[in-house]
Design a protein around this ligand. Structure first.
Ligand SMILES: [Zn+2]
Length: 203
């Protein structure tokens, strides 16, 4: 099993966007290489319960074409989400085609929603499309909708890390000064790079 990407986004939808590394490079590594990897990521990120994974993998083995289609749809959603959050960061309206696509996915996600009533009152339960191959996408869509509606959108940042990192994260630092997706990787790489150019400059 391949290594899993670090969960530095602060929201499930951003961690999902960060399944390519680095984002802006021609030879980027894609963690979502096959349906099995998508399920592994969903487990890793807590998007599905560990107990749900074996059933999904068995179903995918029986329906390989459907599994490939879910993977294709996932990658499309991932790229759509990147473009929507990138435009939000630039305080621009989302690209129409990306926004339409997210709304399309939302329509699917909400079709499983149910109004339920507990002692505390009425609650909208999003449902889980349980036992469907594409159930892994539901919590991602929900997370994206939550972040777009409730924010903090003005704290979504893109890592300028060396090698065109481009990972997205929510900056929860008090003064809003977090720069790197992860200090141990991009922060250190940038520091090492500065150090290296300083030394070279002296030579
Ligand atoms: Zn980074």
């Amino acid at each position: 099993m391949t290594d899993m990407p670090e969960l530095v986004g602060g929201a499930l939808c951003l961690d999902f966007v960060n399944t390519v590394d680095p984002r802006h490079a021609a030879n980027r590594f894609d963690y979502l290489s096959e349906y099995r990897a998508l399920v592994a990521w969903a487990r890793h990120a807590g998007a599905i319960e560990a107990a749900a994974a074996p059933g999904l993998l068995r179903r995918a083995a029986r329906q390989p074409a459907a599994a490939r289609e879910v993977l294709r749809r996932s990658i499309r959603l991932r790229e759509v989400l990147y473009r929507i959050f990138a435009s939000a960061m630039a305080r621009r309206p989302p690209p129409r085609d990306a926004f339409d696509r997210l709304n399309h996915e939302l329509g699917w996600a909400i079709a499983a929603a149910r109004l339920t009533r507990s002692r505390a009152g009425f609650v909208l339960q999003w449902g889980d499309h349980r036992s469907r191959l594409d159930q892994v996408l539901l919590p991602v869509i929900r997370s994206a909708v939550d972040l777009l509606i409730d924010g903090p959108l003005d704290r979504v940042r893109e890592c300028p890390g060396p090698g065109n990192c481009g990972w997205l994260f929510i900056d929860l630092s008090k003064n809003g000064s977090r720069r790197w997706c992860d200090m141990r990787t991009c922060g250190n790489r940038a520091k090492a790079h500065r150090h290296y150019t300083r030394i070279r400059g002296r030579a």
